[in-house]
Design a protein around this ligand. Structure first.
Ligand code: C2O
Ligand code: CU
Length: 501
């Protein structure tokens, strides 16, 4: 049975920005920044914490005065933040009350294969009639025989990993783009003792920021150009869709161009690019005198060994950058914009921090040494593999010339071994590896770039770049994924299995 995404392939096209032109968009920096609530466990025992999340349709007010129907985790967009402790298992039961099947993946999770959210491991909606085929997914009934369940699924995340900013999102075969666009996304923060012992900003001064662009139709619904899974009559893929979908409204934690009141103190900002296809180059305006406004303390896989300072930060889809900004470097009353210098017009603005004039104390600092980070050893490499990310001839996106086909792997690393993986690209791709974090060894044969520090699970490849990473496959055997995190490229088959054995 062919992968559905390979069946629906189309045509040439340029990256498509969908316009919300018929709606009046709010002026920037009016809406207060929401921070998603932390999910409370429904139970705990000596080893594990138990959670429940219902995937449901919700009516949200994203643009002021406008009703938007979203697909949500627990009724909000972003969904609730799951906050777990390293060394304790998180057992999360998902119930699907959406009109469509879903798949949950914990991005950056060190997860056994049966809980990882393989795109064919569908969670069918409550009450789903097994005889019905799945809209827009010809042939899915056959795959559904495997690890497909109806109504509820429980995923176990053992928690054998260090503190890090992870996130969870929909990963359904061929429909990850529309599922995430409609709201199926949330933070999952792992905490540990090493991090807790550091004097980093905490509490209200530790703020997750999920950047995601969206467009809205005249009726307030999310506008997505293609592949509407609720309506099998919607024709396939448009040109706009093919190269990745961009919105014209920048949301942070689900709010359009929000603002946040900040004290003259250090803040930890956990930046996540949860956009389907948009790249950001972030910069504070004004820059504090002396520059180095953004002190990076962490990457996808948790704390760096030592902080790295930046004036600008580039975020490819799915990447996370944990930064500390010291707002005491600004005069009281300063408005500090977070800009996206890769955007144009209104997509060049992200949010604003308004620095208060009240006197506060700030005990937080950024230590010169943050964490012990093991360096993977190039001499330990037992295999070197090349993965080429390219557009195929007009009918999709490929890795090593292959469209994704579930069950066909491109690599079989041995459990416990270290490998060198070399990714090269035609256009911009955001390469993500499931199961294990990796370390960037080289970029274009040279030293790693300014955004490559630490443990990563996603790496941005600019056009015609090559990036070498070291990865060690630990703890769990089974089938995992390697794919582009431009979600439309992913849905258009730029994905491959690898099997750890
Ligand atoms: Cu963020 Cu395979 O996914
Ligand atoms: Cu791509």
């Amino acid at each position: 049975v062919a992968a559905p995404s390979a069946v629906r392939l189309l045509a040439e096209g340029r990256p498509g920005q969908v316009l919300s032109s018929e709606l009046e968009l709010p002026p920037p920096f009016q809406v207060p920044l929401p921070v998603p609530p932390v999910l409370k466990p429904v139970g705990s025992d000596g080893t594990s914490d138990y959670y429940e999340i219902t995937q449901q349709v919700a009516q949200l007010e994203i643009l002021p005065g406008v009703r938007t129907e979203a697909w949500t985790y627990g009724g909000s967009f972003p969904g609730p933040t799951v906050a777990t402790r390293s060394g304790r298992a998180a057992v999360i039961r998902h119930r699907n009350q959406l009109p469509v099947p879903s798949v949950v993946h914990l991005h950056g999770g060190h997860t056994p294969a049966d809980s990882d959210g393989y795109p064919m491991d569908l969670l069918l909606p409550v009450g789903w009639d097994g005889a019905r085929s799945i809209p827009g997914m010809p042939g899915m009934e056959h795959h559904a025989a495997g690890r497909c369940v109806t109504g509820e699924r429980t995923n176990t995340y053992p928690g054998h990993q260090r503190a890090a900013t992870l996130w969870y999102h929909d990963h359904r075969m061929g429909f990850t783009g529309p599922g995430v666009w409609r709201g199926l996304v949330g933070f999952h923060l792992v905490h540990d003792d090493e991090e807790a012992a550091l004097p980093l900003p905490q509490g209200d001064r530790d703020v997750p920021l999920m950047l995601a662009d969206r467009s809205f139709a005249a009726d307030g619904s999310f506008a997505y150009p293609a592949a509407d899974p609720t309506d099998p009559a919607v024709p396939g893929v448009t040109d706009d869709y093919m190269n990745g979908v961009l919105g014209d409204v920048i949301l942070v934690n689900g709010a359009p161009w929000p603002r946040l009141d900040v004290d003259r103190a250090r803040y930890r900002l956990r930046l996540l690019n949860a956009s389907n296809a948009r790249l950001y180059r972030l910069e504070l305006d004004p820059q504090p005198s002396g520059g180095d406004a953004l002190v990076q303390i962490g990457s996808d896989g948790g704390l760096l060994e030592a902080p790295v300072t930046h004036d600008t930060l580039e975020l490819s889809p799915a990447e996370r950058f944990d930064v500390v900004v010291d707002f005491s470097r600004y005069e009281p009353g300063t408005s500090v914009c977070l800009l996206n210098t890769l955007g144009t017009g209104r997509t060049a603005e992200v949010m604003r921090f308004d620095v208060s004039s009240r006197r506060v104390t700030d005990d937080a600092t950024v230590p010169e040494r943050l964490a012990a980070v093991e360096r993977l050893d190039p001499d330990a490499v037992v295999a070197t593999r090349d993965f080429t990310f390219r557009r195929s001839r007009g009918d999709g996106w490929t890795i090593n010339g292959e469209l994704f086909e579930p069950g066909r792997d491109l690599a079989r690393p041995a459990l416990g071994s270290t490998e060198l993986w070399r990714f090269s690209s035609d256009l911009h791709h955001s390469v993500h590896v499931h199961l294990n974090h990796f370390q960037v060894l080289a970029r274009n044969g040279d030293d790693p770039g300014p955004y490559d520090a630490g443990w990563k699970d996603t790496v941005g490849l600019r056009p015609a770049e090559a990036v070498e990473v070291l990865v060690r496959f630990t703890d769990y055997a089974g089938t995992y994924l390697l794919h582009c995190h431009n979600l439309e490229h992913e849905d258009m088959a730029m994905m491959a299995d690898f099997v750890v054995e």
